[in-house]
Write a protein that binds this ligand. Structure first.
Ligand code: ADP
Length: 322
């Protein structure tokens, strides 16, 4: 019989609870004892760990956030902090740890596994910026929330012949901006990965106005060089030539807070099972992800510090559709 602990770390993402539930229930179904760590790596260091049974993870599948809590933990970035965490886990007789989190959290899980502790990572971040998986937990729900906002803003934009700048999450990875822009029929999409001349954006607005469009929607990733603020400032200086009145909306954390949709609940449930199966095979130091429809494992050493490429096919499609 094994003892396995699970934690959530870094930015919360809709579907983290579904992943916790799946890890616990798939572990219990193997006859293992399962444990939950509160507040990410901070709880690992302070020993905030409790046993979780099947009923303890009931009623959470449809809830956003994470019942285990999440935290940023500077101490874990030091080797001393990580050794302290391992001592705590060993004292409790825990054989393996599942880390549900994004880029930073998986760097932490890699460093923990380098110190010899058996770790399996589950890809979870609404930015979808982790390599080793095509999709991360939370991104689909966040995308749908952004899309709903775009649809609503389009209605009000049409009534007043306005252009709306909508800033969505994505510091390094423009996945949400690109997909929300395509699904929401944006006139222009600004991504961190693609250098954009603001004059080109202004030109697309002028053309939209000349073609008699009742509204113009520009979707901007927060990490784009010209984010909502920079673009607003630029347009303010050139407003006479634009045709439309510009309004900016920054969606911010509302994108994180939603209840997970079907895709994220199913993905998280599959990832949870994938982590338990990896532990059962004795496969550690890996990230559980989704590739070509299948649940895969990729060595953490290959994903740490990696940069996910944006799909050029999607970038070109967006250009054709504006
Ligand atoms: P995310 O996992 O969402 O990218 P963060 O980047 O904030 O979130 O990372 C979450 C936590 O993971 C940090 O508070 C820290 O405890 C741990 N972590 C992040 N980067 C490292 C690192 N380079 N070394 C060790 N631990 C790290």
């Amino acid at each position: 019989m094994k003892r396995v602990a699970v934690l959530t770390s870094g930015g919360d993402a809709p579907g983290m609870n579904a992943a916790i539930r799946s890890v616990v229930r798939c572990g219990v179904s193997k006859g293992w004892d399962m444990y939950g760590v509160r507040k990410g790596y901070a709880g690992l260091i302070s020993g905030n760990i409790q046993q979780l049974g099947t009923r303890d993870v009931g009623g959470i599948l449809n809830k956003g956030g994470t019942i285990l809590g999440s935290a940023r933990c500077e101490e874990f970035k030091t080797e001393e902090g990580r050794l302290k965490a391992i001592r705590g886990l060993s004292q409790m007789g825990i054989d393996a740890l599942v880390v549900i989190g994004g880029n930073g959290s998986q760097t932490g899980s890699y460093l923990l596994s380098e110190l010899g502790f058996p770790v399996v990572g589950i890809a979870s971040t609404i930015d979808n910026d982790l390599t080793g998986t095509e999709m991360t937990i939370g991104v689909d729900t966040a995308l749908n929330i952004a899309l709903e906002a775009i649809d609503r803003l389009k209605v009000t934009a049409s009534s007043h012949q306005r252009a709306f700048l909508i800033e969505v999450m994505g510091r390094k990875c423009g996945y949400i901006a690109l997909m929300a822009g395509i699904a929401g029929g944006a006139e222009y999409i600004l991504l961190p990965e693609v250098e954009t001349d603001p004059e080109e954006v202004a030109e697309s607005l002028r053309l939209a106005y000349e073609h008699g469009k009742a509204h113009a929607i520009i979707v901007v990733a927060e990490g784009a060089k010209y984010n909502a603020e920079a673009l607003t400032n630029y347009f303010e200086k050139h407003k006479d030539r634009l045709g439309f009145k510009i309004r900016a909306t920054i969606l911010g954390h509302v994108q994180r807070g939603g209840d997970p949709g079907a895709f994220d609940r199913i993905l998280a449930s599959r990832f949870g099972n994938g982590a338990i199966e990896a532990i059962d095979r004795g496969e550690f130091g890996v990230l559980v992800g989704l590739n070509k429809g299948k649940i895969t494992t990729t060595p953490l050493k290959d994903i740490v510090g990696g940069t996910k490429q944006i799909s050029q096919e999607m970038v070109e499609l967006a250009r054709k559709l504006d």
